[in-house]
Each structure stands twice: as C-alpha cells, then as structure tokens.
Design a binder for this molecule. Structure first.
Ligand code: NAD
Length: 501
C-alpha cells in the first residue's frame, strides 16, 4: 500500500490534474511508501493563483493579527515536533534525534519571525527640510516561491516561510520530491494555527513545477536551496524573468586543524560534522586539512571514533542512518572506489557495512558506513566533487598558508572551520578565508536565526543570505515617503531639482 501525496492549496489537499507521480521510499527498508504528485503546468498555475488571490487580504492583515498566528504556529510546532521528526526520518533516513534537531533549528526562525513588528519598523526623520518629513516603510512582495532540497525537508523551508508570511507575503513551497510529506504536515499546522486559506501552499513536482515558478509573472521572488548547477539555473532563469532571487548552492567544506589544536576535540568534531546525517548536510565537513605533524595522530583518533559508530535504522537508536536513495548510495560508494584507485588510503571503509551485520539494518536499506580516506590530494575526484555522503577526506599540508590557499582555491565557499588554541591564527583565518560561515573550534557553524545563513562563491547566487535581517529585507520592498503638510506653498514654478532648506 502506498499513500498518494497531494499538493496543498487553500488549506486543503489538492489532487493533481495529471497522472504523473514519483515514488517516495523509506531509505531504511527500500520500501516504496508513497507516490508524490508531480505537478503539471495547470496544477502549478492553480496553486500560484490561490497564493495570488490570498495576497491582498493577508498583506492588509494587521501586524498584531499576523503575529498572533505566528505565535500559535510556534506553540503547536513546539508541542508536536516529534511527529514531524518521525516523518522526516521515514522519508529522508536521518536518525530521529537529528531530525528533531533540524526541526528545532527551523523553529528558531519562527521565533525570530514572531518579533516581526519590531523588525519591520521603518525610520522617520522630522524636518528633513523645512516642514518636510521623510520616512521609510517596508511592504511585502506578493506571492513568493520557495524551492527546497531533500536534505532538510523541514528546516530549509523554515529558513524562509516564517519570515515571508510574517512580512505579509503568500507562499508557494516546492519541496523535494524525495521527502515531500514534511511540507504537508507543516501546511496543516498553519491551518490549525489559523493562517487564512491560500497564504501557505505546497506544490509538488519536478522541473515542470520549478520552471513555472521561475517564470510565472505572479511569483515575485524565488528562494532556492539545492545543488550548484540547479541554483545557477534558477538564479539566471528567475532573474531574467524579473524576479528577486536568492539561490543557495552546494558545498565542499574544509576544516583546518593546526598543530596546536586539541586533537581529541578536533577528532570528535570531524566525526560529528563528517558523518552526522550520513554527510548529507550542506555544512558537513568533507575535507579535513591536517597541518604539519598532526596528521598521523589525528587520522588515528578519527578512525578510532568512526569505527564505533552504529549505522542503522534511524528509528532504532543508531548513530547514522541510510542514504536517501539507492542511486545516491551507489554514487557515493563509487567516489570511494575512485579515491582508492587514485591512491588515497582507505582507513575506514564504509562499503563493508552490509545489511547482514546488524539487526537494525534491513537488507533493502541504502546502507553505507562512515568512510575515512587519508592522503587525499586536490586533483582527486573525491576532493574536487561534492559527494554528499559519509566520506571524510584528509588532505595533508605543511603550513597554515598552504591550508588557507587550499580552502580559498576551492570553488565552493559555504562553511569552514579552524581548530587551534592560537587566537591570533584563528583571527587571521576569520579575516582571510573566502567562505561565508566560519567556525572557530566549532565544526558546523550554522548561524542563529537572527544572523543570516549563506555561503560565498558557487555556494550562493544572489546577494541575500537566508533569514535574519537579510530575510526581512529579501521579503520586503522599501518605500521612502517625503511629506509636507504645513505651509504647502511651492514658491512658484521652479524646474530645478528639489533642494532642501
Ligand atoms: P537538487 O539541486 O537536486 O534539488 C533541489 C530542488 O531543485 C528540489 O526541489 C528539486 O526538485 C529541484 N530540481 C532538481 N533538478 C531540477 C532541475 N533540473 N530543474 C529544476 N528544478 C530541479 O538538490 P538536492 O539533491 O535535493 O539537495 C542536495 C544539494 O543541496 C547539495 O548540493 C547540498 O549542498 C545543497 N544544499 C545547500 C544548502 C545551502 O544552504 N547552501 C543547504 C542544503 C542543501
């Protein structure tokens, strides 16, 4: 029995007009559990039209009333987030505690958005010129699109929609077709929180749905998160259609370990950041840059820890779950083969984690254990490509300068970290590294909701990061008003440019 997974429009499920669907699997068993609708252009237009129809009334809803809905949504989410975490695990595969962590990080953005009346306050200047005042206001854009990846089916959409809704926009969310059910749970929670029909809508689908969102004139902005080639495509297509776009792309995150670092701390961090969520995080560490003499000890400490990890069903107390699909599991395994063939040393081999070894691993699941490669060099595909799996590569360099040059030469610039006890070296790194998010003895430096999340270079197209004040600015348009009420005499005809006095 597979469950049909419909779109969501006007606070209710909405069946596709076409017959096209895609299978959704439980990665821990390989069983097909659902069939998600793949929107036709007509479906996409129906959902976009609903968002457009709901916009004028939501835009005019007072900040007090909007905020009350947000607070109710926050309370419901906080009470029931275990349900959402279980849905995520059943379609993504990550362990339940990790899924709960993703929901909590998304909830922080909802909490940030609960303060929207304060964040939307404009400026006011009295007597900018004689009897003339100037002030600024921020207004919503209209219906906005959010297109999200498979690896954070709740948190990534929540980077955007709480702020989009709080600022008075209406939303069409196009989630990943690999794990679409979390979005419907969130949509129903909005309904329960009292959000009016049409303000939050879900459109499932593939390129057909995305292309309609990128080009339909009713959609005013696009917030995309996914791989770099698609981010680039989304950015160029939607900006050419006149939209405001933020498109966050892929990553290849490096952690630099200096000779004076606490190696136990660094080894713990490499394991947590390399293998958490089976490496399917845009902030995962995939390259560990060992500087000077630390490499042998560091590799031994990482290997010792990696061998203790239990890979298995995310609902059964495992440390690491399966990969999202069989095709992705096989692609990641092929990178390990390529690294080995290129001369890297396979210190811990995840390919040997088979389904027979443990009861928490169903033979149909998409299993790959933590893998540690040593002596990786920058020319190898295991280093150049974003693998998006539990594969940690150690690159050995002689100096801080060599490490920095390696990080800065990489086309991606999402996250990075440095491990050291030298404050001066850490400060230099923070200043010199060409990466958007930097951790100092912190391996996954994901900013809090009131800061903004975003990478540099091929990790982000556009100039606006997600959430924080960047989010408020992205989802609003500024208007500056100049007013004169007293003494409105204009001093006669004067074709000169208005001057202040
Ligand atoms: P993806 O690029 O395959 O898919 C992302 C979204 O784009 C999905 O909704 C998908 O349906 C849609 N899509 C896929 N192919 C398309 C096409 N040809 N045309 C139009 N739309 C298309 O990414 P994914 O595999 O779901 O997610 C993993 C990627 O996302 C990794 O590269 C990861 O680094 C990146 N990611 C980045 C961040 C960040 O903040 N920079 C965060 C999370 C994930």
């Amino acid at each position: 029995m597979t469950t049909p997974i419909p779109h969501w429009l006007d606070n209710a499920p909405f069946a596709s007009s076409g017959a096209q669907t895609a299978p959704v699997t439980n990665p821990a068993t390989g069983a097909v559990t659902g069939q998600v609708a793949l929107a036709s252009v007509a479906d996409a237009r129906s959902v976009i039209d609903a968002a457009a129809a709901a916009f004028p009334a939501w835009r005019d809803t007072s900040l007090t009333k909007r905020t009350q809905v947000l607070f109710r949504f926050r309370e419901l989410l906080n009470e029931r987030k275990n349900e959402l975490a279980e849905i995520i695990t059943s379609e993504h595969g990550k362990v339940v505690s990790d899924a709960l962590g993703e929901v909590s990080r998304g909830q922080e953005v909802v909490e940030f958005a609960c303060g929207i009346p304060h964040l939307l306050k404009g400026g006011f200047t009295e007597n900018a010129s004689t009897n003339v005042d100037t002030y600024s206001i921020r207004q919503p854009l209209g219906p906005v699109a959010i297109i999200s990846p498979f690896n954070f089916p709740a948190m990534v959409p929540m980077w955007f929609f709480p702020i989009a809704i709080a600022t008075g926009n209406t939303v069409v969310l196009k989630p990943s077709e690999k794990d679409p059910s979390a979005s419907l749970w969130l949509a129903d929670l909005w309904r329960e929180a009292g959000l009016p029909a049409g303000v939050f809508n879900v459109l499932h689908g593939d390129k057909t749905a995305v292309d309609e969102l990128l080009t339909n004139p009713k959609i005013k902005s696009v917030s995309f998160v996914g791989s770099t080639p698609i981010a680039q495509y989304v950015y160029s297509t939607a900006t050419a259609a006149g939209k405001r776009v933020q498109a966050l792309g892929g990553a290849k995150n490096h952690a630099v370990v200096l000779p004076d670092a606490d190696l136990d701390l660094a080894a713990d961090a490499m394991v947590n950041a390399g293998f958490g969520s089976a490496g399917e995080r845009c902030m995962a560490i995939s390259a560990c840059v060992a500087v000077g003499p630390v490499a042998d000890d560091l590799v031994a400490k990482i290997a010792e820890r990696a061998r203790t990890l239990r890979t298995g069903d995310g609902t059964r107390g495992s440390d690491m779950g399966p990969l999202v699909t069989r095709a992705h599991r096989d692609k990641v395994a092929s990178y390990i083969d390529a690294g080995e063939a290129d001369g890297a040393k396979v210190v811990v081999d995840g390919r040997t984690v088979s389904s027979e070894e443990a009861t928490e691993r169903d033979p149909g699941g998409f299993w790959l254990g933590p893998t540690l490669l040593d002596n990786v060099t920058p020319g190898m595909s295991v280093y150049t490509d974003e693998i998006f799996g539990p594969v940690l590569s150690v690159v050995r360099v002689d100096s801080y300068d060599e490490a920095l040059a390696l990080v800065n030469a990489n086309p991606y610039g999402n996250g990075t970290a440095i491990f050291t006890n030298d404050g001066g070296a850490a400060r230099r790194f923070q200043n010199e590294v060409e990466v958007g998010m930097v951790g100092i003895n912190v391996p996954i430096p994901v900013p809090m909701a009131y800061y903004s999340f975003g990478g540099w270079k091929a990790s982000l197209f556009g100039d606006s990061h997600a959430h924080g004040m960047d989010g408020v600015a992205f989802f609003t348009r500024q208007k500056a008003v100049t007013q004169r009420w007293l003494d409105p005499s204009h001093g006669g005809i004067n074709l000169g440019f208005p001057q202040n006095g």
